[in-house]
Design a protein around this ligand. Structure first.
Ligand code: AMP
Length: 556
């Protein structure tokens, strides 16, 4: 199998090669819909959230057109994004797709020393990915010339408006030529977005993603739950969830071939019998793998959507979305692999904190709620493993002939108590059974974070709203004190002038928690919490040391 889906879109061989190497097997729905009109130069208004593949949907046409006509070093495309985080992410995506084209892509955002950006712009650049504030800075310094820009992309436009960038965007568009192509992506379509679209887009193609109505009976009998986990902790979290769920057989879905290969390796490293299945393998290899799962020589299949299409395996008890799919319909296809013919199945999703929209879209499409679960803690796992050892011993007591070991116990009881001997034997059995060896690290608890609560740490002053720096606070109370994110939000909003929207990321570890608050309110929060108790316990808050150092370095 090749990236034929992308070849149908008439993309250049350099781009197709990069996509194949990234392990993209076919375009996501938004890519299939958006790429052809964008290649024709049409304007486009797209409603799409993070996770739909929208970045490639606009980046690939830009790169395709770029390769045709090189400019004089002035940018041919400008992408405006709300946050520094997104600026880096989008420019990395461009770099990956442009690997064989040699396009020059520069991210420009506040908080980074301006000198480095000046040099990069000076050397010549094809694509600029910028936050509006910093883009405007450069324009007023005369260091960013937008007269040659052919395509402007407004990414996460609703978010930019929420952050008070409306005027900046207008001012930036003023600097570009009228006959440019304009593309606007937004997760939501409030009236203000419509107004911008009417003013700046010409007869745009309209695309809407993730709005499918539930098909009656589309979702089978499947227990669905999700775990919210930061990307870095996903492999460990998956291992734990699999330990506790103990599936008879499962398919673990990934987005790309690369992800499949990496995850398969990780799972096997942890002693799980996992097999990879993706479009980069020959038909014969794939048949072999599927047969191994079918007859029980393997329990876990790590697969891409394309490769696992149409698989029907009776033993399958679980479907795991290691990565959420780009479209809710794909989710429905995935979980349709279990729960067939009235059997019960389980679908488990590992969602990243910023993927709350996709999770909601999936719930709308299936018409079913997805319960959020807590990743098993180290204590949960220990309890579970001890239980397994206990069960193994019980079985041995009931079924094995143990007489030839009697002499060992008798000899030892000359010196020790029978209970002590038993304890030592259990310890050895437990260790042979896997014990508590790996995985002793705590996985911080994450919560779904609505995208509009994300803040740009780097916005220069004077743009309105509660922008500016955030400070991370350390609180000496965590999961072992039964602290939940809502307890922290409640305590802070109850005692200070902050509202829930002001509070950033929250992480809850076993013995402590970390909370991001606006830097200028940090002292207030620390003082207020001195007088508060959370879950019946006095707490102590202070600035998290590492983060403070980082913030100082970042200050322009
Ligand atoms: P985005 O919605 O643009 O933030 O993309 C979400 C994720 O999907 C990114 O990690 C992309 O690398 C990945 N992705 C985008 N297009 C595809 C595709 N056609 N196949 C597999 N993964 C993709």
């Amino acid at each position: 199998m090749t990236s034929s889906g992308f070849a149908d879109l008439q993309l250049r061989p350099e781009l197709l090669r990069a996509l194949t190497d990234l392990g993209y097997e076919e375009p996501t729905p938004i890519q299939a819909e958006a790429i052809p009109p964008l290649l024709e130069g049409r304007d486009l208004l797209g409603q799409a959230a993070t996770g739909t593949g929208k970045t490639a949907a606009f980046a690939l046409p830009v790169l395709q057109r770029l390769a045709g006509e090189r400019t004089d070093g002035r940018p041919a495309a400008l992408v405006l994004v709300p946050t520094r985080e997104l600026a880096m992410q989008v420019s990395q995506a461009f770099h990956r797709y442009a690997r064989d084209l040699g396009a020059r892509v520069v991210p420009i955002y506040g908080g980074q020393p301006i000198g480095r950006q000046l040099q990069a712009l000076d050397r010549g650049v094809d694509v600029v990915v910028a936050t509006p504030g910093r883009a405007l800075d450069h324009i007023s310094r005369g260091t960013l010339d937008l007269k040659a820009v052919q395509t402007v992309i407004l990414d996460e436009a609703d978010e930019m408006l929420d952050m008070g960038f409306a005027e900046d965007i207008e001012a930036i568009l003023e600097e570009t030529a009228e006959e440019r192509q304009t593309v606007l992506f937004s997760a939501t379509m409030p009236g203000r977005i419509d107004a911008i679209a009417r003013r700046h887009l010409r007869e745009p193609v309209r695309i809407q993603m993730g709005r499918a109505e539930p098909e009656p009976g589309a979702a089978p009998l499947v227990r669905q739950s999700a775990y919210v986990v930061a990307r870095a902790h996903k492999p460990a979290a998956l291992g734990r969830v699999l330990d506790v769920e103990a599936p008879t057989a499962a398919i673990v879905f990934c987005r790309t071939r690369e992800e499949v290969d990496q995850l398969t390796e990780t799972l096997n490293g942890r002693g799980q019998r996992a097999e990879a299945l993706h479009g980069g393998m020959s038909q014969e290899q794939r048949d072999r793998v599927v047969n191994r799962l079918r007859d029980g020589r393997a329990d876990l299949l790590v697969a891409t959507d394309v490769a696992a299409r149409g698989l029907d395996i009776d033993r399958l008890s679980h479907v795991v979305n290691y990565s959420l799919p780009a479209a809710p319909e794909t989710y429905v296809h995935r979980i349709g692999r279990v729960g067939r013919a009235g059997r019960e199945g389980t679908a488990i999703t590992l969602a990243e904190p910023r993927e709350h929209r996709m999770l909601k879209a999936v719930e709308r499409t299936t018409g079913q709620r997805i319960g959020l679960q807590k990743v098993p803690t180290v204590a949960d796992l220990r309890a579970r493993r001890l239980e397994l050892t206990r069960a193994a011993l019980q079985e041995s007591l009931l079924t094995d002939d143990l007489d030839r070991f009697r002499v060992v116990v008798e000899t030892l009881t000359d010196e020790f108590d029978v209970m002590e001997v038993a304890l030592a034997a259990v310890k050895l059995a437990h260790e042979l059974n896997g014990g508590d060896l790996d995985d002793e690290q705590d996985i911080p608890e994450s919560v779904l974070r609505p995208e509009r609560e994300r803040r740009d740490n780097t916005r220069p002053g004077g743009h309105g709203g509660r922008g500016g720096h955030t400070t991370r606070l350390f609180i000496n109370s965590g999961r072992s004190n039964r602290i939940r994110p809502q307890d922290l939000v409640g305590a802070i909003t109850g005692e200070t002038r902050l509202s829930g929207r002001d509070i950033g990321a929250i992480e809850i570890a076993d013995r402590f928690s970390l909370v991001e608050v606006p830097a200028d309110a940090a002292d207030e929060v620390i003082t207020a919490l001195r007088h508060a108790s959370i879950r019946g316990r006095k707490v102590l808050a202070r600035r998290d040391r590492d983060k403070d150092k980082e913030n100082q370095n970042r200050r322009p």
